[in-house]
Structures are given as structure tokens and as C-alpha cells.
Design a protein around this ligand. Structure first.
Ligand code: FE
Ligand code: ZN
Ligand code: FE
Length: 186
């Protein structure tokens, strides 16, 4: 059933983001478990708590509009989380951590776009309470994104060093020893 006006579209997209947040509450514990870095694990666990509050806050938004809270499959979040799952299956060590941060930041940016749009529409449609609630979540998603950037600044160089370690291991294997030492690219 397609929306026929902005009000209907607003409600449809609220249902989309409600489902997106619920998907995320299921994925974050797995991401926390997969993270090797203590700081990254803590960040995922913290964002899980925040995400659960955001689910409740969306229920407040529905209530303020006189509607029952209902979700509608968010294909965007589904795709983003599938990519994160592939990383968990294919990578390990700090390379996995770097990939998890990249995946999580894709999620945050997606949410920032969704909440930014929803808050703007809420205001335009005269739903001030909804606008305030959506704006609060928008700010939390921006904070989460910034926090991930901070973690990436620590973890990306570790992942880069790991790669060098593996390169050196390959170089010291008998088959590649004949060539002697290779100059370090830097
Ligand atoms: Fe969220
Ligand atoms: Zn969506
Ligand atoms: Fe988030």
C-alpha cells in the first residue's frame, strides 16, 4: 500500500526505522562478541543499550501520533547487517575490528539520514512532540558515529601493523627466502 501524501509517507518511514532499530538490537550483541578490542566491544554494548532506548522512544512517537507501534521490514538495514555478517565470517583480528567499525559507521550514517529526514517531516507536519523525540535520537546516532571514528583512529593502525606482520611471515617462509630481504614500503 503506497503512501499517498507526506503524512502517510512519514508513518511508513517511522515503521521502517522502527524495524531497523529492532534488527540492530539483534545484531549488536553478535558484533560485540566478534570484536577483539575491549573498547570496541564496550562501544557496541553501550550502543545496544542506547538502541533499546531508541526503540522505546519510537514507541513514544507512535503514541504521540495516536498510532500503534508497528514495524515494516527495513531492507536497507537488512543489507547493511548482512555485510557486517560477511566480515565476521571472513575476517579476524584487528582487520575484523576495522571492518566492524566500517560496517557500524555505515549503519550510523544510514540512521542519521533516516532520523534527519523524519525530524524534518515531523516539524513540517506539525508533530512537535515527534520532532523532539526524533531529534534526540538523531543526536545520539551522531555521537555514536563520532565515537566509532575515535575507535577507528586507534584500531586502523593496529590492523595495518597486523598486515605487515603477515607480510613478514610470508617473506620468512623458506620458499621466499632466496630473494633475501625486501625493502620495507613506507
Ligand atoms: Fe539507532
Ligand atoms: Zn529502511
Ligand atoms: Fe545507531
Amino acid at each position: 500500500m503506497a503512501a499517498e501524501n507526506l503524512q502517510e509517507l512519514f508513518v511508513e518511514e517511522l515503521r521502517d526505522v522502527y524495524d531497523a532499530e529492532k534488527q540492530l538490537t539483534k545484531a549488536l550483541p553478535k558484533m560485540a562478541k566478534a570484536a577483539g578490542s575491549e573498547g570496541l566491544r564496550a562501544a557496541f554494548e553501550e550502543h545496544l543499550d542506547i538502541t533499546r532506548m531508541q526503540v522505546n522512544r519510537l514507541e513514544e512517537v507512535f503514541k504521540s501520533l495516536g498510532l500503534a507501534a508497528r514495524g515494516k521490514t527495513c531492507d536497507g538495514m537488512k543489507g547493511l547487517l548482512e555485510e557486517g555478517k560477511s566480515h565476521m565470517e571472513e575476517l579476524d583480528g584487528s582487520t575484523l575490528d576495522a571492518a566492524l567499525i566500517g560496517a557500524a559507521q555505515r549503519v550510523e550514517h544510514y540512521e542519521i539520514a533516516a532520523y534527519g529526514t523524519l525530524a524534518t517531516w515531523a516539524e513540517l507536519l506539525g508533530h512537535q512532540d515527534a520532532k523532539d523525540l526524533l531529534g534526540q535520537t538523531l543526536e545520539e546516532e551522531k555521537e555514536a558515529d563520532e565515537k566509532l571514528t575515535g575507535l577507528a583512529e586507534m584500531i586502523n593502525p593496529e590492523a595495518e601493523e597486523d598486515a605487515e606482520g603477515e607480510e613478514n611471515a610470508v617473506l620468512s617462509m623458506p620458499s621466499s627466502r632466496s630473494k633475501g630481504s625486501r625493502s620495507k614500503k613506507r
